[in-house]
Design a protein around this ligand. Structure first.
Ligand code: PLP
Length: 403
């Protein structure tokens, strides 16, 4: 067996299942889960219809590079959304079966394990795939702790030069899961300068880009590169997805775009790996990328939900409206001294509400676990259910504070 598999950590939800194993939730309350970050708004009817109309596609093997029509639709979306100059659909875009598999597979393509000391840098807390991708590619993860004082951005300047010299791949997540923070143009400038200096590839995970709460849409990696005059997007690969944008997590549809030299090798890798998107899913994806109305409606629902729920929770937790995404990343010890793990366990036992302990989403690095004393709440259910959860959390926290 591959010994590197031993390095993989249980997924946060497995840890949660273990934590809850001996807990009997209070049956006086209906169960509400804010635990899993899975979109729950309904899939738009026109996407379902487009998929149903495309079932003939099941009779053909798809090309790994996808159809020209899909890559044209994706290019059009990128150009409109980020104000990019015309993209070359033959070399700068590839469809992927959800961003998760592609985030994993890129590490297999980019990392040279023969160097022996390879590092993959990623934010902390983070989406667990980055860590597994690093280990299975023969590298070690290097965690960049998010700093609440810098809107959760890590302090890249604190990373020693001899570490950057070993970094072959840097994962970024903007908007961030779980923090909801969006990288600024200044952040990108600094990161591109580091990539130029040390030669590492940047994998920019942007799957929450269409759910945002401020007037301005989140800045994308390719948009930042374009604004900074970086023609051809050197060493940058951006990842996007329909899962959250269009409420189709089961369709497994996304794309990567950016540096054509890297994408050429990535296509080669993917051909052997066998990650080609079903022609039927490609057709439904074209319909989805070409429509913005459902995206605006989806965003409006999240805005209303977050505007109603956040102020309630802010009475008892240290929490604020994020830049984007569908998570609240709350500090739980504002009124009472309690750990994130105890908070989640007791909230489940006493009020039947599930939240994810922040420490499960982060690793101890540089002397701290930056997820400690925080919980992640995914506001994916309909507003009424999220409000009911928030009311129970307020009652629970006030009770904690009183004791
Ligand atoms: C930060 C982040 N990246 C990527 C993904 C994967 O999304 P998908 O594979 O559905 O595109 C997720 C899913 O939850 C995520 O939270």
């Amino acid at each position: 067996m591959n010994p590197l598999l031993e390095k993989l950590q249980p997924y946060p939800f497995e840890k949660l299942r273990k934590l809850f194993a001996d807990v009997k939730p209070n049956a006086a309350y209906s169960p509400i889960s804010l635990g899993i970050g899975e979109p729950k708004h309904p899939t738009p009817a026109f996407i379902r219809q487009s998929l149903a109309d495309s079932l003939d596609g099941l009779a053909a093997y798809p090309a790994t590079a996808g159809s020209d029509a899909l890559r044209t639709a994706i290019a059009g979306w990128l150009e409109r959304r980020y104000g990019l100059p015309k993209l070359d659909i033959a070399s700068q875009i590839l469809p992927v079966c959800g961003s998760r598999e592609a985030l994993f597979a890129l590490a297999q393509t980019v990392i040279d394990p023969r160097r022996g000391d390879a590092l993959v840098a990623c934010p902390n807390p983070f989406y667990q795939i980055y860590e597994g991708a690093a280990y299975l590619a023969g590298a070690q993860p290097y965690f960049l702790n998010s700093d609440p004082a810098r809107n959760f951005a890590p302090d890249y300047r604190s990373v020693p030069a001899d570490v950057w010299e070993r970094v072959q791949l840097l994962y970024l997540c903007s908007p961030g899961n779980p923090t909801g923070a969006v990288l600024t143009l200044e952040d990108w400038k600094e990161l591109f300068a580091l990539s130029d200096r040390y030669g590492f590839v940047i994998a920019s995970d942007e799957c929450y880009s269409e759910i945002y709460f401020k007037d301005e849409a989140p800045l994308g990696g390719m948009e930042a590169a374009h604004k900074l005059g970086r023609e051809g997007y050197p060493r940058l690969i951006s990842f996007s997805s329909l899962s959250k944008r269009s409420n189709v997590p089961g369709m497994r549809s996304g794309f990567v775009a950016g540096d054509a030299t890297i994408l050429k090798k990535f296509l080669l890798y993917r051909t052997y790996h066998g990650s080609a998107m079903s022609p039927s899913i490609q057709s439904a994806s074209i319909a989805a990328w070409n429509d913005e109305i459902h995206v605006q409606e989806n965003r409006a629902k999240y805005i209303q939900k977050f505007n109603e729920v956040t102020p309630l929770l802010a009475e008892v937790l240290d929490v604020a409206l994020p830049d984007a995404g569908f998570y609240l990343w709350a500090k739980v010890d504002k009124l009472a001294s309690i750990s994130d793990v105890d908070f989640a366990k007791r909230l489940y036992a006493e009020y039947n509400v599930t939240v994810l302990p922040g420490s499960y989403l982060a690793r101890e690095a540089h002397g701290i676990n930056p997820g400690e004393n925080r919980v992640r709440m995914a506001l994916v259910a309909e507003t009424a259910e999220c409000l009911e959860a928030a009311k129970r959390i307020v009652e629970f926290t006030r009770k904690l504070a009183a004791n």
